[in-house]
Design a protein. Structure first.
Lengths: 549, 549
């Protein structure tokens, strides 16, 4: 059987655009004599449509799109993803379904059984779980069709999964000759390996090849990396879709292919994920131009490089906003960077503005506290950048990294300004790694920027009265507490960091909850980012926090 | 049977504090010869604990608290709410339970069957639904115990509810002599009436009295109003807890009580809800003092009144930050208001600061666009207010109303600054209503503030090039689209507002999504606020929006 996976980049909610992409793909596939064309999960509306699914008119429109796709499918079989209403199913009356179409006829639907509702997933908010299982006769082959999470319980020995049912196992009796999975699985540092294992497990259980078609593209916080897979009956990876771009992957189940080795460069993927996150946010919201605040540090340099690559250097403008305290090496770093990147750049001193604020406030306060002054400076920069943004209709990108966001070493309405938290899920240690990786490809981040404060001495805002803490220590605690859900005791034991330090850092994480609530949406690249996937109460005082970990 | 409902205000996550409240309440109840003491839903951890429930150590600690409460319950029966692990239950392995304790012994648990996961509720993220039903022998009475939502499916003829099971109906065979419901039901304008009907329906189905014990208190966005109820077998309201404060409600099932009429003043409740929202946010996060930006308009006046009442006038400072364009009547309004409220007040002109920004930016832009300038002014005010906030360790309250938040008539990092969106779920028309209501009690909001721009002429930022739209029109569209989930067509038909205007306003709502994403948490008082209960994709462009409604 000749199968094509169309690893598609839908625009969430743009049904016309997405449907047209389906129709075009069907025409192309017909010309290429494809028998079965596979689209990703919820391909008609894009994943995740969130509360758009609560609009009856949106659901109506989606069913009209399906009709169009069915009509266009003469002479070919197609599986597409959509949300559909069904009064047979309780509670939500809405299903996350795959429509199975053959030769201009809708054969039926396979509904998603396992609805993820943890971390960034909220499918139970919208969908009821499916109950029925089918196998579909398509051009003489018995094809099983399932959706994304439906394949994961079968691999519960390698991943943590506790659903009471296992759709793959229940498919065994239907003896499918090929399993198709429509997927929307967000990128996560190092996740691709797990996906392959899950595909292999399904191939093992069903003794048939697995066609795993993934969504690609970024939708605000979530980045979908693509990397669709075709795994043979004997669990070999035979085809791998490209990462971070749309792709058509052709499969002939009758032809013996040479197995591939799954090799990937985690830094390359992280870099491409962030680039795609920027690119699609701009593309999908209709913006072209970006502003980046340049400080001469690694964080802003990294964001500038990513922006220039994602949007084109002609669409990125850098702003260097020094104060009297800014070191001349920072300026040098900025100048070299913008030259290397070929982006436009402006410089503007903030001191005259800060001074006039201070003067204006003289009568209302005896002496401005250092913290007030530091925050004010940050907000003057924020206001300047936002004025440039308003004036040029360019979006400001935010430069804060995950380590700073975690501890609250950032200023609301100051350095927290911006439309998108480009590296807000990238820890400081990863920022350095990524900068070195970039420079190995093309030396564009100046050495003085990377070396300015030697890595092992980089401190978090000692000027705020914080005890200087090595960011490597911070990142270890962050990894343990946020990403690996370890307790303070466990972290102290595993990292040999003093328990009191771990505790103090974890407290800081909680105390910054209300700040983060107003932060720019972070591009999610880790297993747990500070975004929609992490929901902590805001009304926690220091006293209470002792009891949580 | 002598029953006490303890309408308790827990602090989310503060297990020690909450447990002590349980222990104190048990001691008091024993002295008062109470046989059964009822606490609200999740009383040990507070509702809603959100992702704290994902910490195993937090769950462990909760079970230790339960042990303490069991031990303290010699000679009395108690029902408390908590989250508990149970390996018997699939997927989440965690249950939202009521512990039934009698005379120092834990009789068992009744688990919540119906887990709300819509709007602001995400219980499926944490809990598996319960399956078992019991009736409990307590001092010779057969007592049925259920949790909150478990009672709502039974009233599906009066409210929209589509759960496949109905715990109340399934309790019938157990012939309870009294039904106890542990509840955490957030305040919503005019909701109390519905709650009574739901209680009455359960009393009718079970032919027994209903003891409906509610949580009270505010937890960032959600405000719990209390108003616990006792409804007789023949569906009469016999007892009603106080609104917006902790309360002990005493019931003697053997004594014939005079039925009450449920009368309530919606404006009083709205006012009290907002006050409690402020008070508890400060109390629970450990802050004492608030700043309010005063403009001489109704919105800021309302917030100042609420803050002064919630926190005490000595804890509220007003700031009037006029520009050259500010009208003298605004200043007069502010002066009268602060005098009436007796709060401290500072005035500071923003023009010198705005001018120095303009000068600094001269070299980088030909002419500042009006929109850039307007936003800059707003951000100068924001930076000043935040500097005062940093300096005095007072939280800034945000003054934006729901109509402005809906249409995006607000400036990120400018008038959107603040820790709490006090009236962000109150429409402009309700702001006026509330001001008039306040003045009827005590004339504190100056007439010139209320009348400054006559109600029917109030326009939304015509200076931004927006066509002047009457806020009454805006509010009707807002009510229809956001709160009543109507389509554009329906709204046009129902309100006689031109369809093109409805459409233009709905588009504006979507275009402001990314701004709202960074807004202060709004105090939720309507059926649908712009907060955690409304999740729209950020990557929607104007083109797409046409297809959604």
């Amino acid at each position: 059987m000749k199968i094509e996976m169309y690893q598609m980049n839908p625009v969430i909610g743009n049904l016309k655009y997405n449907t047209q992409k389906h129709l075009d793909a069907i025409e192309r596939a017909k010309k290429d004599h494809i028998e079965l064309l596979v689209f990703p999960e919820l391909s008609i509306c894009g994943y995740a449509p969130e509360d758009l699914l609560l609009h009856p008119s949106f659901l109506d429109a989606m069913s009209v799109c399906l009709d169009q796709i069915v009509k266009a499918s003469k002479g070919i079989a197609v599986t597409v993803g959509l949300a559909r209403r069904s009064s047979r199913y309780g509670e939500k009356g809405l299903l996350n379904s795959a429509a199975i179409i053959c030769d201009g006829r809708l054969l039926g639907f396979q509904d998603k059984w396992l609805l993820p509702h943890y971390d960034v997933f909220s499918e139970r908010r919208y969908f009821s779980p499916g109950h029925d299982m089918h196998v579909w006769e398509i051009f003489g082959k018995r094809v099983g069709v399932i959706i994304c999470e439906d394949m994961w319980q079968n691999a519960s020995d390698i991943i943590k999964s506790t659903y009471p049912r296992d759709p793959v196992r229940e498919l065994v009796d239907y003896r499918p000759e090929v399993l198709v999975n429509l997927t929307a699985s967000p990128y996560q540092y190092m996740k691709i390996d797990t996906r392959l294992k899950v595909c292999q497990k399904a191939a093992e259980t069903l003794k048939c090849p697995v066609v795993y078609c993934c969504q690609v593209g970024a939708n605000s916080e979530l980045i979908f990396d693509g990397y669709s897979m075709y795994v043979s009956k004997d669990q070999k990876l035979l085809k791998l879709g490209k990462g971070f771009v749309e792709d058509r992957i052709f499969i002939d189940t009758e032809v013996a292919e040479r197995p591939l080795n799954l090799t990937f460069d985690p830094m390359h993927d992280l870099y491409e994920a962030l680039k795609l996150g920027i690119k699609d946010y701009f593309h999908k919201t209709g913006f072209k131009k970006a502003l980046v605040s340049l400080s001469g540090g690694v964080d802003s340099a990294l964001v500038a490089v990513l922006a220039a690559e994602a949007l084109g250097k002609e669409n990125v403008t850098g702003y260097f906003l020094p104060s009297k305290k800014t070191h001349s090496s920072q300026k040098k770093g900025v100048e070299k960077l913008v030259k290397n990147l070929g982006i436009q750049y402006f410089e503007l001193e903030i001191d005259p503005i800060v001074d006039v604020y201070k003067k204006a406030m003289e009568n209302t306060m005896h002496e401005m506290k250092p913290k007030t002054l530091e925050s004010l400076k940050s907000r003057v920069r924020g206001a300047l950048l936002m004025a440039f943004s308003n004036q040029s209709e360019a979006l400001l990108l935010n430069n804060l990294n995950k380590s700073e966001m975690a501890l609250g070493f950032c200023t609301l309405y100051g350095d927290m300004c911006g439309a998108l938290g480009v590296i807000a899920d990238v820890k400081k240690s990863q920022v350095y790694e990524l900068c070195e990786w970039i420079n190995r490809r093309y030396e564009c981040i100046p050495r003085e920027t990377i070396d300015r404060t030697p890595t092992h001495e980089e401190r978090y805002h000692p000027k705020h009265g914080e005890e200087g803490i090595d960011y490597l220590v911070v990142d270890k605690v962050l990894t343990g507490y946020i990403e690996e859900s370890k307790t303070v005791e466990q972290i102290a034991k595993d990292t040999h960091i003093e328990k009191s330090i771990v505790e103090a850092l974890v407290k800081k994480i909680y105390m910054a909850e209300s700040k983060r609530r107003q932060s720019a949406p972070p591009l999610r690249v880790s297993v747990k980012s500070f975004g929609i996937g992490r929901r902590k109460p805001l009304t926690l005082s220091t006293k209470q926090i002792d009891e949580i970990y």
